[in-house]
Design a protein around this ligand. Structure first.
Ligand code: ATP
Length: 511
């Protein structure tokens, strides 16, 4: 595929055509930034969630799970700071009538205009000096690189100040001074910057009932259950609480398919630690989470990115970014949230949210290190890695989803070589029935065998089993592997063990 815009467009079309992701309420022309998962999509999503849950809860004796309600007492969002501060600064371009996040415009400017220039200087020098090139030395001493770095530093300092103090006029000044233009119209005719709260509100109960919010993050369900879990799970600090579930944000700019949705799913874990030990655990979870991603995603497509602008609750924060078809963007956040949330809930609820540490002989409000990954973004990561259009040796092409076999929606397809031969279809049904209690399987007898292989490639099925005339004589089948398209013959009695070895989730957890 020639360019990444085409690649992304084809990926979205593929998701729809093969039943992975549909626009919500499509017969009514869809609902902006809301999506539904189709038959294969829901299986892939379940598998990704399961991989996360097992890696967190099954693999850690000191992490337990909960499933809190989406609706919570309105005071929760007062204490958490979301009512007052869960805002994005929005700005409109008067010519294109397009709306943008002012912070994203500035961050993109830094990444595309300054970082890119630094990278270019480094690349040029690398070529000039060859093997003797000392990159850290070059970066520290090259005058041009230093100028770019200084400029970046100045912008980011001003940006961080404006964001934390809410000086929206200065954000606008920065956009004007940097001559940032609307990507759509190229014009610099901007409105003022305004704050916009991202929470959805609704009413609970009778006509004039109380305002409640659809939770904008799952984390608060964990904080308000801190005591319940502590008192019922026999955990001692350090310990974690994990949760997966829907979150809702009235995003200003909701483009880029399932990357930014108004209803999405988060997988979050809050790890409660002794005050003063949070940086140790922050580093621990940073590394641990990166390894988790690397087990299913090529390392060169992942990187850390420290936050330029810390949220109101954090004393350290880093993103794990993935190289999406539209560039490196946040996939997961790891945040050191201090004791901000528990302390605020303690103050507002007047309930003591403390832990008695038997080793220290004292009580304290624990500090929290959070890992927070979006399941839908993970899904998009997985498909962006997997979606491949290949030209084969014979000149034909195939579209294949090279999803990690353990995460693939359908694990095995069982295919009789011919449809009209009762002895083949009967045997194939027998094999299918044997396998379906172990794996998610699909039986398919329609069309020529080559076409059926292509159909399975397109939904990412890692293994196809074909029942042919030799099967009837030797009790063996062919096992075809999706990526190499290589085939081996194996005995029917060996299929289950053979596939279990390849497909068991323990392979991912121990790696
Ligand atoms: P962004 O800067 O992209 O808006 P964020 O920093 O607000 O993201 P967090 O509040 O840290 O995101 O949420 C944790 C994770 O939840 C993100 O890393 C992302 O994977 C996911 N997430 C957040 N907002 C959305 C959304 N609108 N659609 C899909 N996933 C989201």
């Amino acid at each position: 595929m020639k360019n990444t815009a085409d690649y992304f467009k084809n990926l979205i079309a593929h998701c729809k055509e093969y039943g992975f992701v549909f626009p919500s309420s499509e017969i009514y022309d869809g609902l902006s930034a809301v999506y539904d998962y189709g038959p294969y999509g829901v299986m892939l999503k379940n598998n990704l969630r399961d991989y996360w849950w097992r890696a967190m809860v099954q693999m850690h004796e000191n992490i337990v799970g909960i499933d809190a309600a989406i609706f919570m007492h309105p005071s929760v969002w007062k204490a958490s700071g979301h009512v007052d501060a869960f805002n994005d600064p929005l700005i409109d371009n008067k010519d294109s009538k397009k709306r943008y996040r002012a912070d994203v415009l500035i961050e993109d400017y830094v990444a595309n205009k300054i970082d890119a220039k630094i990278d270019k200087e480094i690349e040029k020098a690398k070529q000039r000096f060859g093997d003797t090139f000392d990159e850290p030395m070059f970066v520290a001493t090259n005058v041009r690189v230093q100028e770019y770095k200084q400029k970046k530093e100045n912008i980011l300092t001003r940006f961080a100040r404006a964001m934390s103090t809410g000086e929206l006029a200065d954000l606008k000044n920065l956009i004007d001074e940097l001559e940032i233009a609307c990507p759509e119209s190229g014009s610099r005719n901007w409105t003022e910057v305004r704050q916009f709260n991202l929470m959805f509100a609704t009413q609970m109960g009778a006509v004039d009932g109380d305002i409640v919010y659809l939770r904008p993050e799952t984390a608060q369900g964990i904080f308000v259950n801190f005591l319940n879990v502590l008192n019922t799970s026999r955990q001692k600090i350090p310990f974690g609480i994990a949760q997966t579930g829907k979150a809702f944000r009235n995003e200003i700019v909701a483009r880029q398919f399932i990357f930014r949705m108004r209803e999405f799913e988060q997988m979050e874990m809050q790890f409660f630690v002794r005050p003063g030990e949070e940086m140790k655990w922050y580093d621990y979870w940073k590394n641990k989470r990166m390894l988790w991603h690397k087990a299913i995603t090529p390392a060169e497509k992942l990187r850390f990115k420290d936050h330029d602008n810390l949220a109101h609750y954090a004393n350290a924060a880093v993103d794990i970014q993935f190289e999406f078809p539209f560039g490196f963007k946040e996939l997961e956040g790891i945040h050191s949230r201090t004791d901000f949330d528990l302390k605020s809930h303690q103050e507002l609820s007047k309930k003591k949210l403390q832990y008695f540490d038997p080793e220290l002989g004292e009580s304290y409000i624990p500090y929290v290190v959070e890992t927070s990954v979006g399941l839908d973004r993970l899904f998009l990561t997985c498909l962006s890695n997997a979606f491949t259009e290949e030209t084969l040796e014979d000149g034909s092409s195939r579209t294949v989803l090279k999803i990690h076999p353990i995460l693939a929606p359908i694990k095995v397809a069982v295919l009789p070589l011919l449809k009209n031969k009762e002895e083949l279809t009967g045997k194939a049904r027998e094999v299918f029935n044997m396998l379906k209690t172990n794996f998610i399987c699909q039986y398919d007898e329609k069309d020529a065998i080559g076409k059926r292989y292509r159909r399975q490639d397109a939904i990412g099925t890692p293994y196809c089993i074909t029942i042919d005339f030799d099967t009837l004589e030797t009790n063996t089948v062919t096992l075809r592997e999706r990526d190499s398209m290589g085939q081996v013959r194996i005995d029917i009695n060996d299929i289950v063990n053979n596939l279990h070895d390849k497909l068991h989730i323990s392979n991912l957890l121990t790696d």
